[in-house]
Write a protein that binds this ligand. Structure first.
Ligand SMILES: [Ca+2]
Ligand SMILES: [Ca+2]
Ligand SMILES: [Ca+2]
Length: 224
């Protein structure tokens, strides 16, 4: 009887401990917020009006089509159009909490915090306690971003391609080149679709300031 009570006591303490940890871990750190807001403003809110709407996604499509010379009516144009619609439909579903057709900064951060919470519930050691999960729309977005960066279409991003595309988003050349050297581990790692995805997952989900994925958007630090 005494043994049973002791084990019951330990078990309830463990459940309490997990609940407390879960609650604090699902909240975004200041570092994560800065990273996510930088993404929001630099790569999503393309018309820079402080909110994310379907027209920002159309601007993203326009950018890739212009940079690639894809004209309306071509297969490439059709595919990117489809991809952009898929990304927006899912992103809007996840992020637009008040259904007004736009995602504000607060809604964007809440969406990530909710995702953190859901990931923690599904946490296993294999998926690094849930921190390697990403939303469906982000899978599609990473596909779009990789195609955008891999200008030659050889399945690999090189430093010139990276610098060129990042400059379209206002990233200074020097920062882009330094960032590339960091995340490619001084050109040792091939930046193919698999490694690019891994880096993007770190950018969106990791709270580790040393993760190489923090540099994938060309920014070198988040202290300001
Ligand atoms: Ca906007
Ligand atoms: Ca909204
Ligand atoms: Ca390439």
């Amino acid at each position: 009887m005494i043994v049973l009570s002791a084990s019951f006591f330990l078990r309830s303490r463990w459940i309490q401990f997990r609940a407390i940890m879960g609650q604090s871990n699902s909240q975004l750190s200041e570092f994560q917020k800065r990273k996510l807001l930088h993404e929001f403003h630099t790569f999503f809110d393309l018309n820079k009006d402080g909110k994310l709407e379907v027209k920002d996604m159309h601007l993203a499509k326009k950018k890739i089509c212009e940079m690639s010379g894809w004209k309306p009516g071509t297969e490439k144009y059709r595919k990117i159009n489809e991809l952009i619609i898929q990304i927006w439909t899912k992103l809007d579903e996840d992020g637009d909490a008040n259904f007004d057709g736009r995602i504000t900064e607060d809604e964007w951060l809440n969406m990530w915090e909710n995702f953190n919470r859901r990931s923690l519930l599904k946490a296993t050691k294999e998926n690094n306690n849930g921190t390697t999960n990403i939303p469906d729309w982000l899978e599609k977005y990473i596909e779009y971003k990789f195609d955008l960066l891999d200008r030659t279409g050889d399945g690999e991003i090189d430093i010139e391609e990276y610098e060129y595309v990042m400059s379209e988003f206002g990233v200074p050349s020097k920062d882009a080149r330094n960032a590339f050297i960091m995340f490619s581990e001084n050109y040792q790692k091939k930046v193919d679709a698999v490694y690019f995805r891994e880096l993007c997952v770190q950018l969106y989900r990791s709270d580790d300031p040393c993760a190489l994925g923090n540099f994938i958007n060309g920014r070198l630090n988040y202290t300001d």
